[in-house]
Design a protein around this ligand. Structure first.
Ligand SMILES: Nc1nc2c(c(=O)[nH]1)N[C@H]1C(S)=C(S)[C@@H](COP(=O)(O)O)O[C@H]1N2
Ligand SMILES: [Mo]
Length: 426
């Protein structure tokens, strides 16, 4: 190994310290890695074309898009899942993202009758039913209510649903990508309900979208008055059309299906409506064949996003950043453990600070890979003390025929060549 270049001032002392540590601890084997060039590197020693002329002016891109080298960081679908394009689903490229915020442009979409275009001018929100004063709000009306900003994850109840009967899809984007995490700005639903005046018998609300499917769902009043938001911004800007422009409901920690997009009506009632979306769909098939209703909360779950089938290890042995996401609809994640040997030994991962309750957490486990095969898993523990279950534990209760609410521990088999595969271990 040669000396590290002396000209590393720009990296700062921490970076130099890291490199020196890497050289000293030769077990890290970062040969050919950062700072270890053996021969003069033209990217360092010669002036490159991009340094010889002007770059783009500020008027080249009024609204910025990712640079062309990042065009593979996109939503993808699974063809056999999407029989037709208007009733469809695609997946967030969680394998390629870091941190916790999902850019709207690649946050997964789920539409039952396609994404509609509804302008602010044409927007109306009605509150009726068991209220003192039925009301209709315009978009401009909504903008005058006190608002809040909070980060929350939205997970479709069907996320990981294709994995019940066996390891099936190769990539965290496909197994766990029906999730996104955005900073929402909106009005506490409680304020709008208070404006209309909920009558004492009003124990439930029905929420409906303006699209043809309407996606009606019943929500208990307790949740409606707790932390739901009638949101019009995500990550600082207007909601994208596909996420419900101009207004969607945010139901923190509860299954994505309840987060009605293009929100047009809220009816207050004294019992649930038993809509199509909560009877024929979004119930949980149990091992004995019966269906469990009203399972709204998304339980604690985690997944290693890299390495993973779409993110093979390309750098050989030595330092390896293992990272992933963890979340709980019941609050926050207090701990994530990672195993590289299929659960024989667990190591506590580092958790990045959390943005809000019921938001995604990012975890990191800094590993030194010796090049041997790994059975990589992560296991989340949430603020209620609940621990993410194994697939076997979940199947003992739910059987193999469920679709929704699969929060089991995921296994990636990482081979010596760095490639990874979705597997199950027993
Ligand atoms: N109006 C309406 N709201 C809807 C849907 C829909 O089809 N129509 N799909 C629901 C489902 S099943 C999910 S998982 C989420 C998906 O939100 P997203 O498309 O912003 O990711 O929206 C929910 N809200
Ligand atoms: Mo969903």
């Amino acid at each position: 190994m040669t000396e590290k270049p002396t000209d590393t001032a720009d990296f700062g002392t921490t970076r130099r310290g890291f490199l020196r540590a890497s050289v000293a601890g030769s077990a890290l084997a970062v040969t050919g890695g950062a700072g270890m060039a053996q021969t003069p590197d033209p990217l360092i020693t010669t002036v490159q074309p991009w340094a010889q002329s002007f770059g783009d002016g500020v008027d080249a891109t009024p609204y910025g898009l990712p640079i062309r080298f990042e065009t593979d960081v996109v939503r993808r679908n699974v063809p056999w899942l999407t029989a037709d394009v208007t009733s469809s689903i695609n997946f967030t490229p969680i394998h390629a993202l870091d941190g916790t915020i999902t850019p709207q442009g690649c946050g997964f979409e789920r539409h039952h009758s396609g994404a509609i275009e509804l302008s602010k001018d044409d927007y109306r929100l009605m509150i009726n039913g068991l209220v003192d004063t039925p009301l209709v709000f315009t978009y401009a009306d909504l903008e005058r209510f006190p608002r809040e900003s909070r980060v929350h994850f939205l997970e479709c109840a069907a996320n990981t649903g294709m994995e019940w009967a066996g390891a099936q899809l190769n990539g965290s984007q496909f197994t766990h990508g029906m999730i996104h995490n955005m900073e929402y700005t909106g009005i506490p639903l409680r304020l709008l309900l208070e404006e209309a005046g909920v009558q004492p018998e009003g124990k439930w609300i029905l929420v409906e979208g303006a699209d043809a499917s309407s996606n009606g769902r019943s929500i208990p009043m307790e949740k409606a008055l707790d932390d739901c938001l009638v949101a019009f911004k995500a990550n600082g800007e207007a909601l994208r059309k596909e996420h419900g422009y101009p207004v969607r409901l945010v139901v923190p920690g509860w299954e994505g299906n309840m987060w009605v997009k293009w929100l047009r009506r809220i009816e207050v009632g004294d019992q649930p409506w038993e809509t199509r979306e909560e009877t024929s769909k979004y119930t949980d098939t149990m091992a004995d064949g019966s269906a469990r209703k009203w399972t709204w909360v998304m339980d604690a779950k985690s997944v290693v996003t890299s390495p993973s089938p779409q993110m093979p290890i390309k750098h050989g042995t030595g330092p390896l950043v293992i990272t992933g996401l963890a979340w709980s609809g019941r609050g926050s994640i207090t701990r994530v453990d990672v195993t590289v040997d299929g659960g024989k030994t667990w190591h506590e991962a580092r958790l990045a600070p959390q943005a809000s309750d019921k938001a995604l957490h990012r975890f990191y486990f800094d590993h030194v890979w010796d090049g041997s095969e790994m059975l990589l898993q992560s296991r989340a523990t949430d603020s209620t003390g609940y621990v993410q279950p194994t697939k076997a534990a979940l199947r003992a209760i739910r059987g193999l025929n469920s679709v929704y609410h699969n929060n089991c521990i995921q296994t990636w088999w990482v081979k010596s060549n760095g490639e990874a595969e979705n597997v199950e271990i027993s």
